[in-house]
Design a protein around this ligand. Structure first.
Ligand SMILES: NC(=O)C1=CN([C@@H]2O[C@H](COP(=O)(O)OP(=O)(O)OC[C@H]3O[C@@H](n4cnc5c(N)ncnc54)[C@H](OP(=O)(O)O)[C@@H]3O)[C@@H](O)[C@H]2O)C=CC1
Ligand SMILES: O=C1O[C@H](COP(=O)(O)O)[C@@H](O)[C@H](O)[C@H]1O
Length: 507
């Protein structure tokens, strides 16, 4: 891998400590970092290199999935870390940074390849990009890349403005927009599975699927993020980015050995085919919710408007469920139900595909017959389960479900940030959010934002510790479906009556 200087804006922040340093450390231990690699951390706080290195070590002890105990390994790792004070608006700080980088590159005989990682608030993105450009930080003889955290805009117009301004300093190929759901191992497998698995290939699409359900339930509430979350809500925080990315990754149709370009092109096609909503249609396709007080896993929790720093009359959404349709040959007539919410009964991110009833089942008298399903478990556990009905060998006419589970052994799975940072270092943008799809996502979401703003969609209160408002169930019931694995929390795919086959892979 090419020599790289990793320039981290926001090096003293929460994301750096919890995700970025552990990811870099795990890549280092797995020998996936370039041979010549240096990190320059930036922030307003005055820190010596030694204190910065000690802070990095501390964050590894707290947050790395690998034990960070071996003092020799740790020392070798943090040796690559330097710190420089930089206030994003102070131009002289960028010149000082340029000097430090050039000095490091000369000392280590590194090519001037620079990756700028913006782990700072979105209000700084444009200023930093412009200052990188003006100071000459990005005009060396090597490559430059910009890794940018969410949120990418607040609505369609602000996203377009942000993109236009970033484009003055970086080309689209140089911009890596992080959506950490795209780094999750199971999400990355969706692409490969479709291309390489003949059974899945044969089943993929509207000829056999009855509906698709994409869920991201969270137990946590607003946490300490009131200032951010109360202006954003579930629609902007989760739906516009993570949930629509899951939809795209599931429904793209790729040629064998697809490239990053194929992925980008096909995701755009999916978004282009998504049936647009008018502001007036939103009410019949979208359920907006906000959590009230309740009990989760035996603990009482307060309602959203009683959370610290949330206004008592806040109308912010903490839950959304929506029905979407893709008007192309592969997916026409398959409803996609997507939901995400805070303070739900359990933490579960999963995709459930429910198949149409085959003829043989329609003839069966067994009322307990369960539909055939494929379940992609994304979080907290990862795995794929197939539930297929088969004849019971002892009771000739009866059907019963069998389950086939493929589970990854949990201890050695890379985290989303490891995958994504590794890809950015390689210059591979397959699992990043490209501008076309970001713009089309905002375009699709904009009528919902408008309808919320004009109060055209009721805000349903739901009790914390449930699966959201009853209206979310009605959204599916209207079409004759129900959310899988709700109501009967004990009814996971593992516990439904039937034989079960489990395969574990260590790939
Ligand atoms: N934390 C998380 O889990 C997630 C965060 N994100 C996104 O990542 C980004 C960073 O979040 P997070 O780490 O939580 O934020 P924090 O508030 O914890 O950290 C912000 C960082 O920005 C630096 N900073 C603030 N103002 C300036 C300034 N004027 N000049 C230079 N540096 C400045 C701070 O350093 P100092 O105070 O030393 O100046 C600090 O290092 C945000 O865009 C957030 O939305 C995205 C997903 C998850
Ligand atoms: O981006 C975000 O994601 C988290 C949920 O991520 P997960 O990996 O735990 O599913 C969410 O809590 C947060 O509000 C949002 O900003």
């Amino acid at each position: 891998m090419e020599a790289t200087t990793f320039v981290l804006f926001g090096a003293t922040g929460d994301l750096a400590k919890r995700k970025i340093y552990p990811a870099l450390y795990n890549l280092y231990v797995d020998q996936k970092l370039p041979q010549s690699f240096s990190v320059i951390g930036l922030g307003r706080r005055e820190l010596s290199d030694e204190t910065f290195q000690a802070n990095v070590e501390q964050s590894l002890r707290m947050f790395s999935r690998r034990e960070a105990k071996d003092p020799v390994v740790l020392k070798n790792f943090v040796r690559a870390f330097r710190y420089s004070v930089l206030d994003v608006g102070r131009k002289e700080d960028y010149l000082k940074l340029l000097k430090l980088i050039e000095q490091q590159e000369a000392e280590l005989r590194m090519e001037p390849n620079r990756l700028f990682y913006l782990s700072v608030g979105p209000e700084f993105f444009e200023t930093i990009a412009a200052n990188i450009q003006e100071s000459g930080l990005g005009s060396a003889n090597g490559w430059k890349r910009l890794v940018i955290e969410k949120p990418f805009g607040h609505d369609l117009q602000s996203a377009r403005d942000l993109n236009r301004n970033l484009s003055k300093a970086f080309t689209e190929e140089e911009i890596f927009r992080i959506d950490h759901y795209l780094g999750k191992p199971m999400v990355q497998k969706l692409e490969v599975l479709q291309q390489s698995h003949p059974v899945l290939q044969a089943l993929w699409g509207n000829h056999s699927m009855a509906n698709v359900q994409i869920t991201a339930n969270e137990i946590v509430g607003v946490e300490e993020r009131a200032g951010y979350y109360d202006h954003v809500g579930a629609l902007r925080d989760m739906f516009q980015n993570h949930m629509l990315q899951l939809l795209m990754m599931l429904t793209i149709q790729l040629p064998n050995n697809s490239t990053s370009e194929n992925v980008r092109f096909n995701k755009k096609q999916v978004m282009d085919s998504l049936e647009a909503l008018n502001k007036e249609d939103v009410r019949s396709h979208v359920v907006r919710g906000q959590y009230g007080a309740g009990t989760i896993q035996g603990k009482s929790v307060v309602g959203y408007t009683s959370e610290p720093n949330i206004a008592a009359n806040s109308q912010n959404d903490t839950f959304i469920a929506a029905k979407l349709q893709i008007a192309n040959d592969a997916w026409r007539d398959v409803p996609f139900y997507i939901r995400t919410g805070k303070r739900m009964k359990d933490k579960s991110t999963r995709i459930v595909i429910e198949f149409k009833e085959p003829f043989v089942q329609a003839q069966s008298n067994d009322e307990d017959l369960t539909p055939n399903l494929i379940v992609f478990e994304i979080n907290p556990n990862e795995g794929i389960s197939l539930q297929f009905n088969t004849r019971d060998p002892q009771q000739q006419r009866e059907f019963r479900p069998i389950h086939i589970d493929f589970h990854e052994r949990g201890d050695n799975v890379p985290e989303a940030y490891e995958n994504l940072i590794g890809d950015a270092l390689h210059g591979d943008s397959t699992f990043f959010a490209h501008w076309d799809e970001v713009e089309l996502s905002w375009q699709w979401v904009q009528p919902i934002l408008d309808a919320y703003e004009e109060n055209l969609v009721p805000l349903h209160r739901y009790e914390a510790g449930t699966y959201g408002p009853a209206e979310s169930d009605e959204l599916l019931a209207k079409d004759g479906f129900h959310w899988w694995f709700d109501d009967k929390p004990e009814q996971t795919i593992e516990s439904i009556k039937g034989e079960r086959y489990a395969y574990y892979t260590n790939r």
